[in-house]
Write a protein that binds this ligand. Sequence first.
Ligand code: ADP
Ligand code: MG
Length: 451
Amino acid sequence: MMPLTNQDKEKILSFLESRLEPKVYDTWCRSLELEPAGDNAYRVPTANPFYRDWLEKLLRKPLEDAFSSLFGRTPDLVFQVNASPLAVLAPAAPPSVPTPAAIVEPAPATPDFVYNPNYTFENFIEGPSNRMAFAAAVAVSENPATLYNPLFIHGGVGLGKTHLLQAICHSILTRNSSAKVHYLSCEDFVNGYIYAIQKKTLEAFRTRYRNADVLVVDDIHFLADKEGSQEEFFHTFNALHMAGRQMILSSDQPAGDIRSLTQQLLSRFRSGFEARIMSPAYETRLAILRGKAAARQVEVSQEVLGYIASIVESNIRELEGALTKVLGYAALSKRPVDLVLAQEVLKEVPPPSPASMSITEIQQVVARYFHKKVSDLHSRRWTKSTSQARQICIYLCRKFTGTSLEELGSHFGGKDHSTMLYSIRKVEKLLTKNASVRGDVERLTREISSK
Ligand code: ADP
Ligand code: MG
């Protein structure tokens, strides 16, 4: 295969330019090189493993499309770390650019896959809800493949799993820029596997992952109900484990709850260290908001941050979203960021998880779970077990339906809004220190959200 002429290269570049966001194109494509590497094969040299994974994710598909629409053939593209001494001096973190979700046409990437330069340990706020996971992540990054292997981090959506996983990658690569750190979403693993079967390139697929020093697979619960992929991942896991490599996995459920997970994989997942991330309590939410405001170099009063932290409860992504919304609205309307504005803006924040169950149905689930009558949840009865069941029920109704505190009170025997708030705070506090309450809430949450 002849090297590409300058004209070919220009055609390819303008094709990419038409497909990518301008900022992505400017940052990643202007200096793109394509070196001939055999018959219909090209090498894309990159500065370090992180760049390699990132560029491959970002450009493989658009590049393949460029070749096939311009020259009528799909080349073999090999994204490779450049061994030149200059490459070693390249910065460890790519600049902040829009993620490959910005690719205009087919988006093979889930937004989660992308390496985000802000997802570092420094930017991660520690609190009781994530302390174990955070400590384990730091330990793994300092001493890969010694202590916690695999490290299995699980917790609900938007609670910082991807952030921690990428922080580990970042930290390992900062210590050792030649470490082969392979980060991918489980969805990419599954899709890659299916593609490799179709194209009969299983060997290449396997080598790719099995050569990693550190394999990081995000959202491993995606393996649910996928027998073939589970089998393949099992072999990958074993190969890496035997070779003494580190594996880090995240899941939105405990390993034991992933549907139809084979016994052999389950026991592998449990053979290392399982760390759970829970919903952060009010204080941690406030600290996270403070961190996010500081990162954007904006001053936001304690009062406003406190207000946001008090109404967005279960999901940090939404917490950040609420802050963004308030700041954006203030900027647009040229008004100061104060409580009145925040209240005005966030009144419209949709409930964190759209209700699939009504308050009445949630009350029935909770009553059944605690062996109570639904009427006990309305009454003012004061035995400890009844009042705790009631508080948990109030907490869950608020979480799942987003009903206002006033209205919620009317579903619990006409109690007022401060009683609702008190119950919710009480449960939040219990969640951070009482494992049995935590277990109850998690089981109930699962039951409610599975409906
Ligand atoms: P998950 O992968 O669990 O769904 P992410 O890692 O994508 O969640 O986190 C969602 C957002 O919340 C990200 O912007 C992340 O930076 C932020 N975030 C989560 N936990 C923390 C934390 N403890 N400190 C700071 N930011 C956090
Ligand atoms: Mg994630």
